[in-house]
Design a protein around this ligand. Structure first.
Ligand SMILES: NC(=O)C1=CN([C@@H]2O[C@H](COP(=O)(O)OP(=O)(O)OC[C@H]3O[C@@H](n4cnc5c(N)ncnc54)[C@H](O)[C@@H]3O)[C@@H](O)[C@H]2O)C=CC1
Ligand SMILES: N[C@@H](CC=O)C(=O)O
Ligand code: NA
Length: 438
């Protein structure tokens, strides 16, 4: 089948990231979507081709965004230029031309989404905007699909990566506000107008969208209370910490008895809460549904590849929905049935992990050296050792070892040899250890 043809508007942080993800993962994405996906036409006023992996795959690039939305070859338009205008006109034109739209533009959706969705519905095309809220976290899909059975009670989230990055760096490293903001801009996290990040406008755009998704109300950005982080003083961060709280910039929307709360402001949160420990550019969104209870979603809220991850996932959704064969529209196992592969599942002996070992050793010289010798012969390196004092009247001591990563088969051999050795009594206790730091 012919690949789906994409028209891409904008080749900056997110546009460039989307080209890269579509290129790097082209095969995997096609296996999921059921069709190849190709960017045939792109427009950007400015871009740095040497910094965009995969840019050479695009057939045509100009600075004329309207030429892309008017291109009869294009099936899906991805809008990543940002701002209200001409993004609004471009998206409406794309819809009028019968094209599906994917956008990361929360400002556009929060202010003009009602009109855009009405136009899309009239024309029978899709508008997807997962990247517009909390970057790479699939929060829109979680609320709209995953929690569809619930009456949502409230949503509270850290939904601006730049602001959270600034607050974290100031608190942890004592850095200056302006210096951290400049770094967030260099890293591509900040909005074109960074006052949107620090004054809470960007978070309010996102909260407006979440409020509509949660409570089924039209988008109403102008009713969202908005207070930024620029007036948080270091002394308040310190006083809050003394009282057991962290200050986080939260967007909160809640169903109250007489209406819906919509508010963005710095908020004290008990420091033991998971969300109080979400730092840097990471975002986290807590959603409380009446049936499911509280659920938490965490991930990168800004940046080229994390945001592109959400953009491209939306494209895959649209491509699946375009599939005319209803039995193959949404694959049960995420990949299209005829795209499943027989990559082998590894037996546990072939798995690599680190280990905690507790060895019951006789309290006499040479035992530790012999254990270390066995581990070394099996290619296992030790990260830490702890030897406890023997309890009164006991002949044995617990010996605790942490190892670096090694194949389970080597550890099986080492444990068998350790258990058979003279100075060791009983079974070696083995727990597997993962740092889960990516
Ligand atoms: N940077 C991030 O981490 C995230 C950004 N977003 C949103 O994604 C969108 C894009 O943001 P970035 O990639 O950061 O912006 P950017 O400033 O890095 O890139 C914008 C691109 O659009 C082009 N452009 C602007 N106006 C144009 C016009 N009229 N015609 C043709 N090209 C035009 C620019 O030349 C540039 O290539 C925005 O709506 C932003 O809010 C959403 C989530 C995260
Ligand atoms: N400027 C935004 C980008 C993502 O939405 C942020 O910092 O969160
Ligand atoms: Na998202």
């Amino acid at each position: 089948m012919e690949p789906v043809k994409i028209g891409l508007l904008g080749l900056g942080t997110v546009g460039g990231g989307s080209v890269t993800v579509l290129t790097r993962n082209a095969h995997e994405i096609a296996r999921r979507a059921g069709r190849g996906i190709r960017i045939t036409h792109a427009a950007a006023r400015q871009y740095e081709p040497e910094r965009i992996e995969g840019i050479e795959q695009i057939d045509r690039i100009s600075d004329d965004a309207f030429a892309v939305v008017d291109d009869p070859e294009v099936d899906i338009v991805i809008e990543l230029i940002g701002g209200y205008s001409p993004a609004r006109e471009l998206v409406l034109k794309a819809i009028e031309n019968g094209k599906h739209v994917v956008t990361a533009n929360k400002a556009l959706i929060a202010l003009h989404g009602n009109a855009i969705f009405a136009a899309a519905q009239a024309k029978g095309v899709m508008v997807a905007f997962e990247a517009a809220v909390a970057g790479g976290i699939p929060i829109i899909k979680a609320v709209r699909e995953g929690l569809a059975a619930n009456r949502i009670e409230w949503i509270a989230g850290i939904i601006n990566g730049t602001g959270n990055f600034i607050l974290s760096e100031m608190r942890d490293k004592g850095r200056e506000f302006a210096d951290v903001l400049a770094e967030a801009q260099r890293l591509g996290y900040a909005e074109a107008d960074p006052t949107f990040d620090v004054e809470g406008t960007d978070a309010a755009h996102k909260l407006t969208i979440l409020g509509s998704l949660a409570f089924g109300i039209p988008l109403q950005f102008d009713k969202t209370f908005t207070e930024g982080i620029s007036r948080i003083e270091p002394q308040d961060v310190a006083f809050a910490a003394e009282l057991g709280y962290r200050i986080k910039h939260l967007g909160i929307t809640r169903r109250a008895a007489d209406g819906i709360e919509m508010r963005v402001h710095p908020t004290l949160i008990p420091h033991r809460r998971l969300i109080a420990n979400v730092d840097g550019v990471m975002n986290a969104v807590l959603v409380k549904g009446d049936a499911v209870g509280p659920t938490l979603y965490y991930g990168a809220g800004a940046g080229a590849l994390p945001t592109a991850s959400a953009v491209v996932a939306d494209v895959v959704d649209v491509v699946r929905a375009l599939t005319t064969d209803p039995t193959n529209r949404v694959p049960h196992l995420a990949f299209q049935p005829d795209e499943l592969t027989d990559t082998p599942v590894l037996p546990i002996a072939a798995v690599e992990t680190a280990y905690y070992l507790r060895i019951t050793a006789l309290d006499r010289p040479g035992v530790m050296a012999s254990i270390a010798g066995i581990l070394s012969e099996e290619g296992i390196s030790i990260e830490a050792i702890k030897q406890k004092e023997p309890a009164a009247g006991e002949m044995t001591v617990p010996l605790i070892l942490l190892t670096h990563r090694v194949r389970e088969a080597a550890m099986d051999r080492a444990i068998a040899r350790i258990q058979a050795s003279d100075g060791v009594s009983g079974e070696v206790v083995r727990l597997r250890m993962e740092t889960l730091d990516g």
